[in-house]
Write a protein that binds this ligand. Structure first.
Ligand code: PAF
Length: 284
């Protein structure tokens, strides 16, 4: 496995590989890798002949007062895991190689970014779309894999790819969970044992939402019940719990076959998100 930090070198190498007929599968990450990321690398391995992981803690997607400085940086461990999961190349740029001192171009998706995560983290998605656009230009992917855990992120990236004609297929991979249901996240390592136990309420609320949906409970009632459960958990501060349209993220109030339940909460100082697709009984 190669490890390259120069954007120019990676770009010219991958352009050559693509001309030679390779299909390139890219997995963008911020490192601190866990089984969720590795499942993306494995998926890219199945669907492409050359697998590239990128590791870059992107400063522009962190707001003021967020955890940019604290974000775990575990490069040696990450590289080992990438190799084991089947990556051929890991791109590890430095901040000044990705953002010139005179950088003045940003990519902004206007509507999908307004709600939910965007409402709580107003500058976040512009940072994400800008860096992902740059990573796509550098790594020229045939496919790129993202986790469903960041549900809104993958929708926004799909929108950007469509609007800006990036010729890349976006593959969204299932959420990987611990045995007790906690969705894997690099931020889980911030949690104390007590906080980790409290964080399980997110998955419990989503599982209950799934059962209620199957039982024909209305989306609006399901949202209220998720909010109640998360709100009532000691040490957990609810940010949102909604039932939304899978494509537009607008709240779903009427009869529907399926929808996505999305939750965000703070557990101590740690902000966690999770989601689940809900299936409703078909209406005759
Ligand atoms: O999902 C992430 O880890 C990041 O938002 C991404 C897509 C790698 C962009 O920095």
């Amino acid at each position: 496995m190669q490890v390259i930090s120069s954007p120019e070198q990676v770009q010219s190498f991958l352009l050559r590989q693509k001309q030679n007929g390779q299909t390139i599968g890219v997995v963008p990450t911020m490192g601190a890798l866990h089984q969720g990321h590795l499942s993306l690398v494995q998926r890219a391995r199945q669907e492409s002949t050359l697998v590239v992981a990128t590791i870059f803690v992107n400063p522009t997607q962190f707001g003021p007062g967020e955890d940019f400085e604290q974000y775990p940086r575990t490069l040696q461990d990450d590289l080992q895991q990438c190799e084991q999961a089947g990556a051929d190349l890991v791109f590890t740029p430095k901040t000044d190689e990705m953002y010139g001192a005179d950088a003045q171009t940003f990519v902004r998706v206007t509507e999908l970014t307004q709600r939910l995560e965007g409402a709580h983290r107003p500058t976040h998605f512009e940072g994400v779309t800008t860096i992902v656009a740059k990573l796509f230009n550098i790594t020229v992917p045939t496919i790129a894999c993202f986790g469903q855990k960041d549900y809104q992120q993958q929708l926004i990236i799909r929108q950007m790819v469509k609007d800006l004609n990036f010729g890349v297929k976006i593959v969204t991979c299932p959420i990987i969970r611990e045995a007790d249901g906690l969705a894997l996240s690099s931020r889980n390592r911030y949690l104390s044992e007590t906080e980790r136990n409290r964080a399980l309420v997110l998955n419990r609320a989503l599982r209950n939402a799934g059962q209620q949906a199957e039982g024909g409970v209305s989306p609006a009632q399901i949202a209220v019940e998720m909010q109640r459960r998360i709100h009532d958990e000691e040490g957990v501060e609810l940010e949102y719990a909604v039932v939304a349209d899978e494509r537009t993220l607008q709240p779903v109030c009427e009869d529907t076959d399926s929808a996505v339940a999305l939750v965000a909460a703070r557990v101590g100082k740690t902000r966690l998100i999770d989601n689940a697709i809900l299936r409703f009984p078909s209406t005759p």
